[in-house]
Ligand binder design. Sequence first.
Ligand SMILES: [Zn+2]
Length: 151
Amino acid sequence: MLSQSLVWLGNCIVGCVTMTDSERFWKSVERTEKCWNWTGFRDNNGYGQISINGNAISVHRFSWELHFFPIPKGLLVCHACDNPSCVNPNHLWLGTVTANNLDRARKGRSRTGPLSATTRIRMSLVRKGKKKSEEHKRRLSQSMKKRALRV
Ligand SMILES: [Zn+2]
């Protein structure tokens, strides 16, 4: 049996995963246009769990390694979609504990509180970007007119 020769490497999940493990994984994934929801066992926080070689593994971490590469030590797999049961690799990102906390804080306080200043900055950047593109269009049309006059 292949599984008997596989060694658990701590951080590495997929390197030790058998076909049966990934088959079990896909059986409990319900894909929607946005999130891929885990329909199997979930912990109290809503994170899906799968048992790999007798170890309970978070399915979003499993999904990350299945699609990308082994998770570097000390890094978390975070959800861009804030759906803890989601295993869509496009919604997952690698981050530190600090980055994850900042992300949560940013999302949680996006409407009110001290971070609204950040939102204001962003809005003004957007406006500046818009101005730039309008100016660009104006210049472009001017140079087009000049060219047209030359012809
Ligand atoms: Zn998602």
